[in-house]
Design a protein around this ligand. Structure first.
Ligand code: NAD
Ligand code: ZN
Length: 410
């Protein structure tokens, strides 16, 4: 009671009256890693993997633990034997310390924190140290989860990523982020850590489900739209071949997309996203919300395709993007076999407004600072804005709904 009656303490005297000593700390850390595009990376005659692993200490024997996507392991039962044969052949430089650790494929890897605990336990059991290698073989979700586990054990164990989906080879697998979902929020927990190296093996794509092959192309459309008009034209030309999953056309797109992504990280001046702008997340504010709203029934790439249509339509309605450019975007997404609508877009939220609009606020929260959304003022020309007009978003959604194609079926 007495405490309640007390007056608040007076403000401290002006800061100048306090002796102050400051030390300015400043250093920078150069990062360098190689992304190798190859086929049959686990053929013992293919030296790419052993070379990237041994690049810093060529005479040492390197300890390797593989973490493998369960979906990939089911599609490629040969994988474990290949790994053993590869490390046997290169036994002077590689030591496979255990059978691969298999973790759930797809978003399940990121939705269950026990996956991380289990990986930490395996790393501990096998005494991995900061110079050991975790070889992560799998889709983007497994890369994100196992990458996070490796980044947080001993404050960071080296990783070599072997992404095995179109999306992961073209986009997420070559980048610097990892993370898992928590509290129903995409990538709520995660770190920025560049990999030691990336090996993109086109062979793995051969047994990927059609739906996953197609979904990955959305990130190529995205990066073309914000960075490279000629790449977008190439995507239009190649769309029929890509939709039919022509091997060479797909390999070209993956390589070009990965190059644009890597160039952005190297030259944007903000590789660890300390600012609020995130052009590579064009179309993603709605996409992340849609993934959650559909309980991840929608693939990330599918959600991104829908998010691109929404933000492109919005850009047009806001008077930023010429209508013929919007038409080209809408057309190529359909031609690639990507979805342009999902019924979850129509789920009502507070005040009857579409629930997906909450994605804007969640996006801002995830980034911090002011809301920054990337829109388009042309194909290959991005533009940052700091607010979006809810009524105009609803108008864009109304247009999309009116012309809806069917939602993808699992
Ligand atoms: N870290 C980043 O910067 C970043 C960027 C974009 C996306 N992502 C994340 O990536 C995830 C999506 O990744 P994705 O599109 O690669 O899909 P995915 O990882 O969800 O995999 C899709 C399915 O394919 C299976 N699979 C993987 N490789 C296979 C193969 N070669 N053959 C047969 N089946 C195979 C998996 O088991 C899974 O069932 C999302 O969680 C998304 O948030 C991360
Ligand atoms: Zn993405």
């Amino acid at each position: 009671v007495a405490n309640k009656a007390q007056k608040p303490a007076p403000p401290p005297e002006a800061a100048t009256s306090h002796p102050t000593y400051r030390i300015q700390q400043r250093f920078s850390v150069p990062f360098a890693y190689e992304t190798v595009f190859t086929r049959d990376a686990l053929d013992p005659d293919n030296a790419a993997l052993v070379e990237v692993i041994a690049r810093r200490e060529p005479t040492r024997r390197h300890r390797i633990l593989a973490v493998v996507d369960a979906g990939l392991a089911a599609a490629w039962p040969e994988l474990s034997g290949w790994l053993t044969a590869y490390c046997d052949r290169h036994a002077q430089r590689l030591e496979l310390i255990a059978a691969p650790t298999i973790i759930a494929g797809g978003e399940a890897a990121k939705n269950d924190p026990d996956v991380i605990a289990r990986l930490h336990a395996v790393f501990h059991q096998h005494k991995l140290d900061r110079h050991s290698f975790v070889l992560i073989v799998g889709g983007g979700a497994v890369q994100d989860a196992a990458g996070f586990a490796a980044a947080t054990a001993h404050r960071g164990i080296r990783t070599v990523r072997m992404p095995t989906t179109v999306l992961a080879q073209a986009d997420s697998g070559v980048g610097v982020k990892n993370g898992i979902n928590l509290f129903g929020s995409k990538n709520f927990v995660g770190t920025f850590v560049p990999p030691f190296a990336v090996i993109n093996d086109g062979r793995f794509l051969e047994r990927l489900a059609t739906r996953d092959r197609v979904a990955g192309l959305a990130e190529a459309v995205k990066v073309a739209l914000i960075r490279d008009a000629s790449f977008f034209t190439a995507l239009e030309t190649a769309a029929p071949a890509l939709a039919a999953f022509d091997r060479d056309a797909t390999a070209d797109v993956i390589q070009r997309c990965a190059e644009l992504h890597l160039r952005h990280i190297a030259t944007c001046g903000d590789p660890f996203e300390l600012g609020s702008a995130r052009p590579l997340d064009f179309g993603h504010w709605a996409a992340h919300k849609l993934e959650t709203l559909t309980a991840h029934e929608l693939r990330h790439g599918e959600a991104v395709a829908i998010g691109i249509v929404l933000d492109s339509r919005y850009s047009f309605l806001a008077g930023l993007l010429p209508e013929e450019d919007f038409e080209r975007i809408h057309h190529v997404i359909g031609r690639l076999g990507l979805p342009r609508w999902h019924d979850a877009l129509a789920i009502p939220g507070a005040g009857g407004r579409p629930l997906v609009l909450e994605g804007l606020d969640e996006f801002r929260e995830h980034l911090g600072g002011d809301l920054t959304i990337t829109l388009l003022r042309g194909i290959g020309q991005a533009l940052d804005v700091h607010q979006m007009d809810g009524a105009l978003i609803e108008k864009a959604l109304g247009w999309m709904r009116a012309g809806q194609t069917t939602s993808p079926k699992p």
